[in-house]
Design a protein. Structure first.
Lengths: 236, 188
């Protein structure tokens, strides 16, 4: 439900909701958001259809890597180019506190194809704390990214939107189409992919347990991993 | 193809595909690539320059392992571009355009012409343009070349401790070659 923040008794909430709903496929959406609702103004409102509320800093968000162009199987690295979506119509993520059914639907969306297409697969799932993204700053100390509880049309139009979908948008933008703007977009898309702290580079060993420790999202992921772990090598 | 290898669950940073605080889990074998690649064959070197001389049998000790890579990085990236060319529109379920065959062909031709280069990878952007990404994490280096419509390229380079650089122009131009040589270390 769209709720107005007490300090903003105008129709900002409605306008945020309309903008995000009507332009979800518009690659200029990040620009529109910053022009019409600067400084992540829409984060104050719950705007997604059926959303459980605004995305909290301590929530984990997940990004599904499902297109072959996003992932290099030999180096086992995720490529940077797809992160450029943050400067366009947003980087889709799911919220870790969502019910398993939402996660199942989002994974199924990633695997959905027409009969004539080759099969699809989930190459990787990335996880990051929302607060980590929100704390990223530009050189002139501006906040770089906003995270909205935006819901989007599902692949199957007969189904309702996934209520725990969210999107990450870049907000520090130079004039669109300028070389300087493109350089900045790439700078920040790269930073988003590379975000790391000194201790995190050795933290991979607890990646799987940390996901499993979460009461909601992790159980489905655990089951999925078990399906792909016939040798029982995954950490328990 | 039936999976025969152990699952790709990440357990060590060096093999992780771990991207900062984006914690990555991988699922299942990559059949998209198993048709072409030997996954154990080549992992890009961390060395800044990969101008490996031809491997002459006479230069190798007799005790050298007999297992050899099926493809070097150049061939691997070209093969990957050929696979990416087969993707259809909306391959990411987020509205990405189908890869442009012309753009892919120009990227493959470019790879063939490079003499010196850093570790590099193939991908495509949402417009369907081929992109070569160069990355050396040990040096904090990243660059990419996007093969846009016509003969135009967009190049970006970021190196830790230096301001990032961006170039847009005609691929065969002197300005493009200067940028590629000075910022990416690419010679032809």
């Amino acid at each position: 439900m769209c709720r107005e923040a007490p300090e903003q008794p105008d129709d900002t909430c409605r306008r945020c909701r309309e903008l995000l709903a009507q332009h979800e496929d518009d690659r200029g959406l990040a620009d529109l958001l910053e022009q019409q609702h600067p400084s992540c103004q829409c984060e104050q409102h719950c705007i997604g259809v059926g959303s459980p509320g605004v995305v909290q800093d301590n929530e984990y968000v997940h990004r599904i890597i499902a297109s072959p162009r996003d992932y290099d199987p030999v180096s086992r690295t995720i490529r940077v180019t797809p992160f450029g979506k943050v400067a366009e119509n947003g980087l889709s993520v799911w919220r870790g506190n969502g019910p398993e059914e939402d996660i199942r639907r989002l994974l199924e969306d990633g695997l959905t194809r027409s009969a004539s297409e080759p099969h699809r697969e989930i190459f990787a799932i990335c996880e990051v704390e929302a607060g980590e993204i929100r704390r990223m700053r530009s050189a002139d100390d501006q906040r770089l990214f906003c995270i909205y509880d935006q819901t989007v049309c599902p692949v199957n139009p007969d189904e309702p939107p996934v209520s725990t979908h969210a999107s990450v948008f870049l907000r520090v933008l130079a004039p669109p189409g300028t070389p300087h703007g493109k350089r900045m977009q790439k700078d920040y898309a790269l930073q988003l992919r590379e975000k790391r702290s000194p201790q995190s580079s050795t933290a991979v060993d607890f990646v799987c347990p940390s996901m499993r420790a979460q009461p909601t999202a992790s159980s489905f992921v655990t089951a999925l991993l078990a399906d792909h772990d016939p040798a029982g090598l995954a950490p328990r | 193809m039936a999976p025969t290898a152990a699952p790709l669950l990440i357990q060590h940073p060096a093999a992780a595909g771990y991207v900062g605080k984006w914690l990555v889990e991988q699922f299942g074998p990559d059949e998209f690539d198993e048709q072409v690649f030997d996954k154990t064959a080549v992992v890009p070197s961390a060395e800044p320059t990969l101008t490996t001389p031809p491997d002459r049998p006479s230069d190798r000790p007799l005790t050298a392992p007999s297992v050899v890579a099926l493809h070097d990085n150049r061939e691997r990236v070209k093969a990957r571009f050929r696979l990416l060319r087969r993707l259809r529109a909306n391959h990411d379920n987020e509205g990405a355009a189908a890869p442009s065959p012309e753009s892919i062909d120009r990227a493959i031709a470019f790879v063939d012409q490079m003499r010196t280069f850093l570790p590099f990878f193939a991908t495509v952007d949402d417009d369907g343009s081929a992109v070569i990404e160069f990355e050396d994490r040990n040096r904090g280096f990243f660059a990419d070349i996007t093969f846009c419509a016509g003969d135009t390229i967009e190049c970006y380079r970021r190196q830790v401790g230096c301001p990032s650089e961006y170039f847009e122009g005609v691929l065969g131009s002197a300005a493009a070659r200067d940028f590629l040589a000075s910022q990416l270390g690419i010679l032809f």
